[in-house]
Design a protein around this ligand. Structure first.
Ligand code: 13P
Length: 264
């Protein structure tokens, strides 16, 4: 009942020229795959050119971050209003933002609210550190991150910016990305990820009710490749993947989306 979802987070990789080349290389073959939402998250400066290249394509665009204000004196920042013209999704709360740029749960919460108010659907990232995992604190950490990020948000909250369409809170996508699995080549096992994602869905049910929790897509992220995607999406609780490194290679990303379509 949930459409599988695969997003490629290019992080701080690709010049505009490289981004255009990568998309042109994948576009037609990605469009030919059915039954999977496919999303690309290039750097900010490539959103506008890719938006033009992807007119009429089924590939959807996503930003990697944004500020929570609509406009103003915030040198170097990008707002939800600006992004709303170019993309449908925005990654929020990625562990790299939390780790290197000091983003707190409170900031993530303000951004989730601003995204929804600005018609963007958040891909909300949560994940525990290695030491938290080893101390058996994964459940507690994820519950805190999710509850704080969604503080003051009802499942039925819709964009207040009527007239431009909008995103409902319950359309949000959650990405479970254990920090120890990101960029390390040491992915979680399908069993581990499925069990953790099941408990994340339980936290969502506590916040928004069981019916809504069953509709929200929850992805796994962390060293996903064409060689291990099957392990994840063969579990009915895992609705797809947020892919980093492997999304920078056309053949690998196509394999991940293609296999997801075949298995689900
Ligand atoms: P890798 O797939 O490179 O481990 O990155 C995962 C990630 O952080 C996606 O947001």
């Amino acid at each position: 009942m949930r459409t599988p979802f695969v997003a490629g987070n290019w992080k701080m990789n690709t010049t505009v020229g490289e981004a255009e080349e990568l998309v042109v290389n994948m576009r037609d073959r990605l469009d030919a795959i059915e039954g999977v939402d496919r999303v690309l998250c290039p750097p900010f400066i490539s959103l506008a050119p890719l938006h033009r290249i992807l007119q009429g394509s089924s590939i959807r665009l996503c930003a990697q971050n944004m500020h929570f204000e609509t406009k103003g004196a915030y040198t170097g920042e990008i707002s939800p209003l600006m992004l709303g013209e170019l993309c449908e999704f925005v990654i929020l709360g990625h562990s790299e933002r939390r780790m290197y740029f000091g983003e707190t749960d409170e900031v993530v919460n303000r951004k989730v609210k601003a995204a929804l108010a600005g018609t963007l659907t958040p891909i909300l990232c949560i994940g525990e550190k290695l030491e938290e995992n080893e101390a058996g604190r994964t459940g507690e950490v994820l519950k805190r991150q999710l509850t704080n990020a969604l503080e003051g948000i009802e499942a039925t909250d819709e964009s207040r910016d009527s007239g431009r369409g909008g995103a409902a809170a319950e359309d949000l996508v959650v990405a479970y990305e254990p920090i120890w699995a990101i960029g390390t080549g040491k992915a979680a096992t399908g069993e581990q990820a499925a069990a953790t994602i099941g408990s994340v869905r339980g936290v969502l049910a506590g916040l928004w009710g069981e019916g809504t929790a069953q509709r929200v897509r929850i992805l796994y992220g962390g060293s996903v490749t064409g060689a291990n995607i099957e392990e994840f999406v063969s579990h009915p609780d895992i609705d797809g993947a947020l892919v980093g490194g492997a999304s920078l290679k056309a053949e690998d990303f196509l394999a991940i989306v293609g296999q997801t379509a075949k298995i689900r």
